[in-house]
Design a protein around this ligand. Structure first.
Ligand code: MEV
Length: 417
């Protein structure tokens, strides 16, 4: 099965959902068990090795967004998030985008940027000497990773910039490193540290910080999709564009608008074991790249009057190394996605962010978001009260009419059916 548009996925039992996912992603018995175990994926012993002073582990809900078609391929998208409505919203956005062919997405190759701060040197002559020695610097950096070198990846370029600070000018040397399918923070830091004695020798200066930049502007992911005006309504298309203009021109709205985008991106990041703080930090800097913090997405109309959404931001992600390799649920989620490269994962994440943003601003520019939230909450309570799928709608409807949404009321109404 390769069609991700599964009707009424939310009404299915956990077993039915898992069966669908197992077939879709060809999961093994072992992978299925990993999802079925309710232990959050890692034992205390593992947690204790991952961080300091561990006292336990902490689980969050893992769900699946349906209907995603990205670059012609169907995806079921695992999302880890505590907030209700987000997975429903992503699935809804993907379903509408699908009508016009789904998302088109691209991601740059994974070039990581490492920075070395060089002090106490004559900057002009230091820059000249560094550039003359760039081959030697690159070779030294690459001697730290046989794996990347064998794949013809690794450090590729050395560049220099001068920054002016209140305490004087500084030379910043940057290494551009192709980290392949890894997020690459460790190898970037290792390479920066390994070349710094050489930089000191070349420049006669002193190196201070040697660290990856999380502003991963050489790892930009982009997605675009067309949303059918017949499905949305022409007035709503116009209102969504007005909602976008509000976000693009007012920082107070832009932060919330972009938060909605990150609801999608970070939920996939969590499910696949990415460094979500790195992604957030880069996205926020990118939103400010014009000098004003703006919307990360753009919403316009095409010549047929359909709504066109696009989203672009830096996404530093990996499918090898890091927690993606340690956490069995993260590994299984990568298997569910069926992505074979970091770039493909970035394409899925950027499309999820766009789907999320579409649903949020569509709801906001029509009925508001509370109604949908309440409906979902009522649905969850009706299910928790033990209602069968065919009974849920009646109970939900009644609770909404009465404006009394609680587990006790759901149970009472179920008794009355
Ligand atoms: C809530 O988590 C996200 C929204 O506030 C996003 C938005 O306002 O665009 C609904």
């Amino acid at each position: 099965m390769s069609d991700s548009s599964i009707s009424k996925f939310f009404e299915k039992t956990r077993k039915e959902r898992l069966d669908i996912i197992r077939n879709f992603a060809n999961l093994s018995e072992e992978e299925l068990k990993i999802l079925q175990n309710n232990d959050g994926g890692i034992s205390f012993e593992k947690a204790d090795k991952m961080i300091e002073n561990a006292i336990g582990t902490f689980s969050l809900p893992l769900g699946i967004a349906t209907s995603f078609k990205i670059n012609g391929k169907d995806y079921l998208v695992p999302m880890v998030i505590e907030e209700p409505s987000v997975i429903a919203a992503a699935s809804k956005g993907a379903k509408i985008a699908r009508i016009k062919g789904g998302f088109e997405a691209t991601a740059d190759e994974s070039f990581s940027i490492g920075q070395i701060q060089v002090l106490d040197t004559d900057i002009d002559s230091a820059v000249k000497k560094i550039l003359e020695s760039s081959k030697e610097i690159i070779n030294l950096a690459n001697s730290k990773s046989n794996t990347l070198s064998k794949m013809n990846k690794g450090a590729k370029e050395v560049s220099c910039k001068q920054i002016d600070t209140p305490v004087g000018k500084m030379l910043i040397v940057e290494l551009l490193i192709d980290v392949g399918d890894a997020m690459g923070a460790n190898i970037t830091n290792t390479m920066c540290e390994s070349v710094s004695p050489l930089l000191e020798k070349i420049t006669g200066g002193r190196t201070l910080l040697r660290i990856l930049s999380n502003y991963s502007t050489r790892r930009i992911a982009k997605a675009t999709a067309v949303f059918d005006k017949k499905e949305i309504g022409e007035d709503v298309v116009d209102d969504i564009i007005l909602a976008y203009q509000f976000a693009d021109n007012d920082v107070y709205r832009a932060v919330t608008h972009n938060k909605g985008i990150m609801n999608g991106i970070i939920a996939v990041a969590n499910a696949t074991g990415q460094d979500s703080r790195a992604i957030e930090a880069a996205a926020n800097a990118y939103a400010s790249r014009s000098g004003q913090y703006r919307s990360l997405s753009k919403w316009t109309k095409n010549h047929e009057g359909n709504l066109v959404g696009s989203l672009e931001l830096p996404l530093s992600v990996g499918i090898i190394g890091g927690i993606a390799n340690v956490h069995p649920i993260a590994k299984t989620c990568i298997k569910i996605l069926g992505v074979s490269s970091a770039q493909e994962l970035a394409c899925v994440m950027i499309a999820t962010g766009l789907a999320q943003n579409y649903s949020a601003i569509r709801a906001l520019s029509t009925e508001g978001i509370q109604k949908g939230h309440m409906r979902l909450h009522a649905r969850n309570l009706a299910t928790a009260a033990g209602a069968k799928p065919e009974e849920v709608d009646k109970i939900v409807q009644k609770m909404i009419e009465e404006k009394k949404i609680s587990l006790d009321r759901a149970k009472e109404l179920l008794d009355q059916i």
